[in-house]
Design a protein around this ligand. Structure first.
Ligand SMILES: [Zn+2]
Length: 239
C-alpha cells in the first residue's frame, strides 16, 4: 500500500501563499495543518494586533500627558508640541519592527534590536535624563518647555507605561537588568486596558477639571510679555 507523504512548506515572513497551500492539504494532514496555521497566526495576526494596541495606548497616554503638562504650565501651549509629544510616545519602540514606528523604519529598527535588544537603550530613563541635560545645556531651559520638552515627556510616558507591561532596562547603559513593576500586565491583553483606563481618567481629570497649579497664577513668560506691552503703551502716550 502506497502512503502519501506530505510536509508543510517552510514558514517564511511573507507566507500567505504557504498558508493557502497548507489549507488545501488533505484531511489526513490535520496535525501539520493545525501546527502551521497556529504558527502563522502567532507570527502575523497576533503580532500585528499587539503592536497596534500598544502603539495606540502609548499615543493616548502621551497625548493626554502633554495636554495635562500644558494645562499646568509645564509646557508652553504649542500645536507642534502636541505632535512631538505624540512622536515621543512612540519613539522608544523604534527598537522593534513590530511597533507602529519600527514597522515604517525597518532597517533602523532591526539594527537597534540586534545591537541593544527590545526595551533596551531606547527605553532607558538614564538616556532620557542625559537628553534633557544636553538640551538644557545646548539650547537653554526654555527649550524644555517647547516641542523638544514635549518629545522627552512623550518618551517618558512610554517608558513609565512599559514598566508594568513586561518592564524595560531603565538604567541602561549603567545596568542591563530589566526592571518591571508589579502587577505584571501583558501588552495587548485585557490587563493593558485595565491599566490604560485609570491612567487616562487620572490624566483627564488633572488636565481638564483641575484648577492649575495656583488659582489666578500667571506664568512668568505671560507676565513679562504683558509688562512689555504696558511699557510700550506708556511710551506712545507720553510722546
Ligand atoms: Zn516600549
Amino acid at each position: 500500500m502506497r502512503t502519501r507523504s506530505v510536509s508543510a512548506p517552510r514558514l517564511r515572513h511573507s507566507s500567505r501563499s504557504d498558508l493557502r497551500s497548507v489549507l488545501r492539504m488533505p484531511s489526513e494532514c490535520c496535525g501539520i495543518r493545525e501546527r502551521f496555521v497556529n504558527k502563522w497566526f502567532a507570527r502575523h495576526v497576533e503580532a500585528d494586533h499587539i503592536g497596534r494596541v500598544t502603539g495606540r495606548s502609548h499615543l493616548l497616554i502621551g497625548g493626554f500627558a502633554v495636554l495635562c503638562a500644558m494645562r499646568w504650565h509645564i509646557l508652553s501651549p504649542e500645536p507642534l508640541s502636541v505632535c512631538t509629544g505624540l512622536l515621543g510616545s512612540l519613539l522608544p519602540d523604534i527598537d522593534t519592527e513590530r511597533s507602529m514606528l519600527g514597522s515604517r523604519l525597518k532597517f533602523l529598527s532591526r539594527f537597534l534590536a540586534k545591537t541593544f535588544g527590545h526595551r533596551g537603550l531606547t527605553h532607558s530613563g538614564v538616556m532620557l535624563l542625559l537628553a534633557a541635560a544636553a538640551l538644557n545645556g545646548l539650547m537653554g531651559p526654555e527649550s524644555l518647555r517647547g516641542p523638544w520638552g514635549a518629545l522627552l515627556l512623550g518618551a517618558g510616558t512610554h517608558i513609565a507605561a512599559d514598566l508594568p507591561t513586561g518592564g524595560c532596562q531603565l538604567f541602561a547603559p549603567l545596568s542591563r537588568s530589566r526592571l518591571s513593576l508589579w502587577p505584571y500586565v501583558r501588552t495587548g491583553g485585557i490587563g493593558e486596558i485595565m491599566l490604560l483606563v485609570p491612567i487616562l481618567c487620572l490624566l483627564g481629570w488633572a488636565g481638564f477639571s483641575g484648577n492649575g497649579p495656583v488659582p489666578g497664577h500667571v506664568p512668568p513668560s505671560a507676565h513679562h510679555s504683558r509688562l512689555r506691552g504696558h511699557v510700550l503703551k506708556d511710551i506712545s502716550f507720553s510722546s
